[in-house]
Design a protein around this ligand. Structure first.
Ligand SMILES: CC(C)(COP(=O)(O)OP(=O)(O)OC[C@H]1O[C@@H](n2cnc3c(N)ncnc32)[C@H](O)[C@@H]1OP(=O)(O)O)[C@@H](O)C(=O)NCCC(=O)NCCS
Length: 175
C-alpha cells in the first residue's frame, strides 16, 4: 500500500525544503562532487534548470504537510537521470523503495544513473527494481557503479539510439 503522496515543485519555499534535504544527504549523494548549497545558490540552480526537470516533494499520507523526501528527474533527451533523497530520520520506512518505483513510472522512459557501492541501501533497492550495472569508476567518495534502466515503456525499452546516448552520457563509449 502506498505511504506517500507526491507534489510537483513549483514555488520557492518548496525549492528551499529540497535544499535542506539535499544538504543533509550530500555525503551519500556524492557519486560525483556536489556543492553544499546556500539559499541563493539553490534558487539560482532551480531557475536555471527547472525547464529540464520533473521535481517532486513527498509527504506521508498519514502526516499531511510533513515533506520527507524529494525527487529530481532530469530530462537528458530520450532518457532521464534521477536524484532521490530522504530526510535521515525517515530512513528505513520503505519510502526509498516507493519513490524509486514512482520515478520509474513518472519517467516512462529509460534511465541512467550511478550509485556509490558503499551506499548499501540504494544498491539493494536499485538491484531489486532492475537497474543494470554497465561500468565502474572511482570517485573521491569511493567506487561508483554506472547504471542503466530500460524503463517500463515497451515502445522505448529496446531503443538502440537511446541506449547509445546513455553510454555517451556515462562516458562508457570506446574512443
Ligand atoms: C538510499 C535511500 C533513498 C533509501 O531510502 P529508505 O527509505 O531508507 O529505503 P527503504 O526503507 O525503502 O529500503 C531500504 C532497503 O535497503 C536495505 N538495506 C538497508 N541497509 C542495508 C545494508 N547495509 N545492506 C543491504 N541492504 C540494506 C533494507 O533492508 C531495505 O531493503 P528491503 O526492503 O528489501 O528489506 C535513503 O537512505 C536516502 O535518502 N539516502 C541519502 C540519499 C541517497 O543515498 N540517495 C540515493 C542516491 S541518488
Amino acid at each position: 500500500m502506498k505511504q506517500l503522496r507526491s507534489f510537483p515543485v513549483q514555488e520557492s519555499w518548496q525549492v528551499e525544503l529540497m535544499r535542506h534535504i539535499y544538504n543533509d544527504n550530500l555525503d551519500m549523494l556524492s557519486t560525483k562532487p556536489l556543492p553544499y548549497r546556500t539559499y541563493e545558490a539553490q534558487q539560482e540552480w532551480w531557475n536555471e534548470n527547472k525547464k529540464e526537470l520533473k521535481t517532486f516533494l513527498y509527504e506521508p499520507i498519514e502526516r499531511p504537510g510533513k515533506f520527507v523526501a524529494f525527487l529530481v528527474l532530469r530530462d537528458r533527451g530520450g532518457f532521464y537521470t534521477p536524484i532521490v533523497a530522504i530526510q535521515k530520520e525517515e530512513w528505513g520506512k520503505k519510502y526509498g523503495q516507493e519513490i524509486i518505483n514512482d520515478y520509474i513510472e513518472k519517467a516512462n522512459a529509460p534511465l541512467a544513473g550511478s550509485q556509490l557501492q558503499s551506499n548499501k541501501a540504494i544498491c539493494h533497492i536499485n538491484k531489486k527494481v532492475g537497474w543494470q550495472i554497465l561500468g565502474e569508476i572511482i570517485q573521491p567518495g569511493g567506487k561508483v557503479d554506472l547504471l542503466y534502466h530500460p524503463g517500463i515503456n515497451p515502445n522505448l525499452q529496446n531503443d538502440a539510439q537511446i541506449f547509445d546516448a546513455v553510454l555517451d552520457y556515462l562516458e562508457l563509449k570506446q574512443k
